[in-house]
Design a protein around this ligand. Sequence first.
Ligand code: TNX
Length: 527
Amino acid sequence: TIWTLLLAGTFAASACKESPSLSDSAIIPLPQEINNASGSFNLTPETGIKVVGAGVNLTEIGEYLAEKLRPATSFDVPVSNEAGQIVLELADGDASEAYEIRISEEEVKITSSGEAGLFYGVQTFLQLLPREIAHASAQSVDWAVPAGTIKDKPTFGYRGSMLDVARHFMPVEDVKYYIDQMAVYKLNYLHLHLTDDQGWRIEIKSWPKLTEIGGSTEVGGGEGGYYTQEEYKEIVAYAAEQFITIVPEVDMPGHTNAVLASYGELNPGVNLPDGDLTTVTKAPLEYEMQLKVPQASELYTGIEVGWSTFNTDFELTYAFVDSVVREISEITPGPYFHIGGDESHVTEKDDYVYFVERVQDIVSKYGKTSIGWDEVATAKLLPGNVAQFWAKEENAKLAKDQGNQILISPAKKAYLDMQYDSTSRIGLHWAAYIELDSAYIWEPTEYTSGITKENILGVEAPLWTETVANRVDLDYLVFPRLTAIAEVAWTKKERRSWESYSRRVSAHGKRWDIQGVGFYRSPKVNW
Ligand code: TNX
C-alpha cells in the first residue's frame, strides 16, 4: 500500500541521514590534516581516561581533560594508567608539539612525543564534542564525536599574546582567565607588559618604591596595583600547567615615568608632555647638588607616548636595571626577558644604542635571551636575541641582516587594541581599523618584504590597555580576533580560508555565549 511505501521511505531517509563528519568540526586553529571515517565515539557514564607513558605531568593532563568533561556530562571520568576509552599516550621521541588523534567507535587515542602535544590533542578533542560541553552544569546531550584521524602540528613555535597590565592593572584572576582562553587556542607564550609610564606592576624587593609609588595609579587615575613576587610565581606556575611560558617585559629606556616618579635619583629631568623641565641632568655632581636635588617626576595617568627616558649616562641606571633583571629572572623559568625599547623619542640615538647594548649584556648575564620592540635592531643585537616587529619594516630588516630572528606583531593586523571600525566602543585606531576578516587574512612570511619563514620566531597579538579597564573590555577586543591570530600562527597558509574560519568561529561564538564571554559580534560572521 501507499502507507507501507511511505513508511519504508521514512526509514530509508533516517538511516541515510548523514552524521556530521570530523572534517566538518569547528576546530580553531584548523588542524593540518583531517581524515574522516564512519561512525562516532560516544562518551558514556563508563568512559574513563587512560594515560600511557613516562611523562611527569601525564596524570595532570588526564585530569585537566576529565575536569573539562565532568560538569556538563555529570560522568565520573576516572583517570588511571590501567583502563579507559580515551587514551593519552606519550610516545618515544623528542618532545614535540605535534600530535595525532585516532577516533573509532571504541576508542579515542591521542598520541604525541611531547606533553605539550598531548595537551593540544586534548584541546582539539574538547572542540570536537557538542558545544554543550562548555556548560558548568549537567546537560542531557548525546556526547558523540565523529570518527576519523587528525594529524597536527604548529607552523610557528612561538604563538603568543601580550597583556599590557601597566596602563590598566589586571588582577591575577583576570590574567588566569586569559591564560585559560589562550590555552584553548594552543597559544604558548604570554608576554606581560609589566611597566610603562603609568604604572610599575611587579614587586622588586631591592627597589620597593617602584610598586609603592609607581604601582599606585593607572590610566584615568584609578588605583592601579601590582603583583607581589609570590603572585607572579603563581601566574607563572598556572600558565606552565597549560604549557604557556611567561615573557616578562620591563620597558626601557622610554616608557619609564613610573620609575622616575618613584626614584628621583634616576630622573634625568623629564620633559613632561606639558613641557615642564623638572631637573638638571648633566651638570657636574657638586654643582648639581648645590643647584638642585634630583627630584622625582609626577605620576602620569594620561595616554601620550614617547616622552620619558632614563638617563643613559647615570651608572645608577644600570645598577637599577641589573637589580630588576636579576630579581625578575630569578622567578621566571622561561628563556626570554623583554626589554621594551620602543618609542624612546626623547633619548638621543647614540644613547639609545649604548643603553640597549648594555642592557642586553645584563639580561644575558642572568641567563635570559632578550626580546625588544623592533627599534632595538638599530643596536648591535647579541646572537639569538629577538626583535619584535610592530611598525618599522626597516628595523625588521636590520634584525634579519644581523642574523637575529623576528617576532611578528604587525600593528595593522595583530594589535588587539585596534578598533574594529569607527563605531567600536573602545580601542585605538592609529594603526588601522581591524575587522575580523582583516585580522585573519594575512600571512606572516609574506607580510614584511625580505622576511621569510626561517627569520621568524613566531607571531604575537598584543593587547594594549589604554582603553581597556576590565574583563568586559578585554573580551570585546580580544574575541574573536585572538582566534584569528592563533590560526595564522598555527595553521599553514595553504589550509586557511576565510570562508572556513568564519564558519568555525561562529560555532565558537555559541560556546562563548554559554561561558559568558562578551565577544564582538562581527557583522562579517553569521553567528
Ligand atoms: C604603541 S606598540 C606602543 C604602545 C601603545 C600602543 C597603542 C608599541 C611597541 N608601543 O606604547 O600602547 O602603541 O596601540
